[in-house]
Write a protein that binds this ligand. Structure first.
Ligand SMILES: NC(=O)c1ccc[n+]([C@@H]2O[C@H](COP(=O)([O-])OP(=O)(O)OC[C@H]3O[C@@H](n4cnc5c(N)ncnc54)[C@H](OP(=O)(O)O)[C@@H]3O)[C@@H](O)[C@H]2O)c1
Length: 320
């Protein structure tokens, strides 16, 4: 089968299509005929920084998510031909991932979906919408009437969070780096748009948020904690600011009284969450957003754009 394989850290330009054996079906694992796969920062990090580390099973096919049809159910509940999405669980890091015509994935990370979405649109959904949905529901306990601020709203997860936040009945404030993004964010559903100067807590917001999805990360987290009304919730899901930890974290002084700080890690998807996302999307006519589509042969262009965060949304690899 055709696949992208990396042996260690490498440049985007060195990526190319290889012929490797199709994975052998095995009990407890689902062999997926891959139609499309979403690209994620995690794969740019893998290629540029992590692929030489012991915990990455090189040579490896990258890719932490895909959509496709079951080619072999590995003795589990699924049937050949079922439409599925798969994500996480070590895909593309501990075992071969989704930049390939077939992917073999542990059954617990493969989810049946019933949808009329085309493959490319469906491929925009798994990791991005699961992350946004989990952050809003499990992280922020979002309910109708809440006032949600999405910090880093032009990111792919941010855009999905706006759509899902609106569908869950919240008012949505979107923050971004440039005023020129306001039109796009409003089109997605944002009620208010604000340029993020790093001090949102000092800005006179028309709508005062009580829930805040932090996608910039520790760089702006303290300001986010000061931005929410009390009681208020902040969920740190992203690290777009490239600061990965809070130095000398003193919870007593760092977290204001009456503010609840949590995080979300997309490593534990469930069929219940995927079903809920599909239902919410169907009921609210949410079409998964994507920005660019590339073929496997265009992997250099796709990964160059991914590394530069230049797509303005999700990048999809169309495999078939
Ligand atoms: N916790 C988890 O399990 C999980 C899962 C998935 C993703 N994530 C994280 O969530 C974040 C978003 O991921 P993504 O794939 O959605 O990212 P993405 O689509 O690649 O987002 C890139 C865009 O974010 C905006 N951005 C970048 N740096 C920014 C900054 N300092 N301040 C404000 N905006 C900034 C830029 O938009 P403009 O050019 O328009 O400003 C940029 O084009 C990432 O940090 C990712 O690692 C976490």
């Amino acid at each position: 089968m055709k696949a992208i394989v990396i042996d260690g850290c490498c440049s985007a330009e060195s990526l190319h299509v290889s012929e490797i054996p199709r994975p052998e079906a095995r009990s407890g694992w689902v062999l997926i005929k891959v139609f499309a796969a979403g690209l994620n920062h995690s794969e740019a990090l893998l290629r540029t920084m992590e692929a030489d580390a012991d915990y990455i099973a090189t040579p490896i096919v990258p890719g932490i998510e895909c959509v496709g049809e079951v080619a072999d159910a590995g003795g589990g509940k699924l049937s050949i031909g079922d439409k599925v999405i798969a994500l996480m669980g070590g895909m593309g890091r501990s075992f071969n991932g989704s930049y390939a015509e077939y992917a073999l994935v542990p059954a617990q990370n493969v989810f049946k979906v019933e949808t009329t979405l085309d493959w490319v649109s469906l491929a925009a959904l798994p990791e991005t919408y699961f992350t946004a949905y989990g952050s809003l529901t499990e992280g922020l306990q979002l309910t109708a009437g809440d006032r949600l601020l999405v910090r880093g709203a032009t990111s792919t997860v941010g855009q999905a969070a706006i759509q899902l936040g609106k569908a869950l009945g919240a008012k949505v404030i979107a923050t971004c780096r440039k005023e020129s993004s306001f039109g796009k964010l409003r089109d997605i559903g944002a009620d208010e748009c604000v340029v993020d100067d790093g001090r949102i807590s000092r800005q006179p917001l028309r709508i005062r948020p009580n829930k805040l999805l932090e996608l910039i990360g520790p760089r702006t987290l303290r300001d986010s904690l000061l931005t929410v009304a009390r009681p208020g919730y902040v969920c740190n899901t992203g690290v777009l600011g490239n600061v990965f930890a809070v130095a000398q974290f003193d919870p007593i002084k760092y977290i204001p009284n009456g503010v609840f700080l949590t995080g979300f890690f997309s490593n534990f998807p469930t069929q219940a969450a995927i079903d809920a996302i599909m239902r919410l999307a169907n009921q609210n006519a949410i079409h998964p957003l994507y920005a660019k589509v590339f073929s496997l042969n265009e992997i250099v262009e796709a990964h160059t754009l991914l590394e530069q965060s230049g797509a303005g949304g999700k990048i999809i690899l169309k495999i078939r």
